[in-house]
Design a protein around this ligand. Structure first.
Ligand code: MG
Ligand code: ZN
Length: 222
């Protein structure tokens, strides 16, 4: 009898896919915010506050902030993206999902350019990425929102909940861009502001500091 219930629990807990945020989750710092800080001083904070307070959407926020960027040379851009630092144990999680045949996808309300360059530098291939499209041309930037969804609860630039197809999935995130999906996950890993938000709103989650913590918990749960 006990064996059957153990088996039942393990089947119930089995997840089909992991969806993961990028900025502040895979990377140590938020690569988008740090970029604005570097190139606009504190100008970017005005609309950032309006977004956090729910007064404007993240799409409106991103358009305003990208509009504040000065002209930036290719070398300045390369120097920046070459120094986006990732959590070292992220590579272990990617290897773990490959070994266990779990689909791993990055969902980000940040910039695809930063994500692709970082993954390339880490030697990670074939991970699907859904993010806002940052266009760099003649030293200037433009942003497009290929995954915007008019019906998103949180009016995100990149609506994370619309991208999830599986019945049982795990989500990993750190902040405001994860709110539209966090409560829907079967297994939620939260850190930083998302952890705080989940605690305040009684959303069941596992706290994590690095991806090693997540691998440990997945090992116990799957
Ligand atoms: Mg984030
Ligand atoms: Zn959404």
């Amino acid at each position: 009898m006990q064996d059957i219930s153990l088996l039942y629990n393990s089947v119930m807990k089995k997840i089909d896919a992991i969806y993961c945020d990028f900025d502040g989750t895979i990377t140590k710092c938020d690569a988008v915010n740090k970029f604005f800080e570097l190139y606009t001083g504190d100008k970017w904070l005005e609309s950032e506050k309006l977004w956090i307070d729910g007064k404007i959407s993240s799409m409106e926020n991103a358009i305003i902030q990208v509009g504040l960027l000065p002209e930036i040379s290719q070398k300045q851009l390369n120097d920046y993206v070459d120094n986006i630092e990732a959590d070292q144990s992220f590579l272990d999680l990617v290897a773990y999902t490959k070994e266990k045949n779990i689909k791993f996808t990055i969902l980000s309300d940040g910039f695809d350019l930063f994500i692709y360059k970082t993954l390339e530098r880490l030697g990670i291939k074939n991970i699907p990425v859904y993010a806002n499209h940052l266009i760099y041309e003649n030293n200037k930037f433009k942003i497009e929102f290929p995954y915007h969804n008019e019906n998103c609860d949180k009016k995100a630039g990149m609506c994370k909940c619309a991208k999830v197809k599986e019945n049982k999935f795990c989500y990993i995130g750190d902040g405001t861009s994860d709110l539209c999906i966090a409560a829907k996950a079967d297994m939620l890993f939260a850190t930083k502001n998302l952890h705080k938000y989940c605690k305040e709103n009684n959303i069941k989650h596992h706290y994590f500091e690095t991806f090693s913590d997540i691998i440990r918990e997945l090992e116990e749960g799957i």
